[in-house]
Design a binder for this molecule. Structure first.
Ligand code: S3P
Length: 172
């Protein structure tokens, strides 16, 4: 079983996905960490020295390898990774795609509490710019996320409840 977690940056794909994998005894892969491993550099360094286009190509390369990769795995995909034509469909064929859906307001509170320099797309933004960025990008990206096989409305759920819901999927 392959579970692909998609959604906007900050929705918890990596932290919650890692916990799901640990509890279910599945493998775990985070496309951002994989990109860093291949590039031998952090995401901010990749963006700074090679540029976003280069990062997106590497991301593409990683995603294309997922269908043939390890079975029984939870994969956390970077927020922009599935926002290209055909990617969601390809992942749906290879496994189950799950959208961790959150409102822009919730995403703002979660992202505002993190170290913004770790995410080049929001590095250096003040709160007003961050709010604006989230609303604008989510409006563009959501049509891709909404192609997921399962859409989990996360706003009313605690992290523990989100983990349990994903674990239920794994058990089915
Ligand atoms: C990005 C999201 C990040 C990472 C990169 C770009 C994006 O992943 O891939 O900073 O464009 O949304 P997370 O969604 O894990 O933060």
């Amino acid at each position: 079983m392959k579970i692909f977690l998609v959604g906007f940056m900050g929705c918890g794909k990596s932290s919650l996905g890692g916990e799901v994998a640990r509890r279910a005894g599945l493998g775990f892969l985070d496309t951002d960490r994989e990109a860093e491993r291949i590039a031998g550099a952090s995401i901010p360094e990749i963006f700074r020295t090679r540029g976003e286009e280069w990062f997106r190509e590497l991301e593409c390369h990683i995603i294309e390898g997922l269908p043939e990769g390890e079975d029984d795995i939870v994969v956390a995909l970077g927020g922009g990774a599935v926002c290209r034509e055909g990617v969601m469909e390809m992942l749906s064929e290879a496994g189950t795609t799950v959208y961790l859906k959150m409102s822009s307001e919730s995403l703002f509170f979660r992202l505002a509490a993190t170290e913004r320099t770790k995410r080049p797309k929001i590095a250096g933004m003040d709160d007003a710019q961050l709010r604006d960025f989230i609303e604008t990008s989510l409006a563009v990206r959501e049509r891709f996320y909404e192609l997921a096989d399962i859409i989990l409305e996360c706003d009313p759920l605690t992290d523990e409840q989100i983990i349990e819901q994903i674990l239920n999927l794994v058990k089915q």
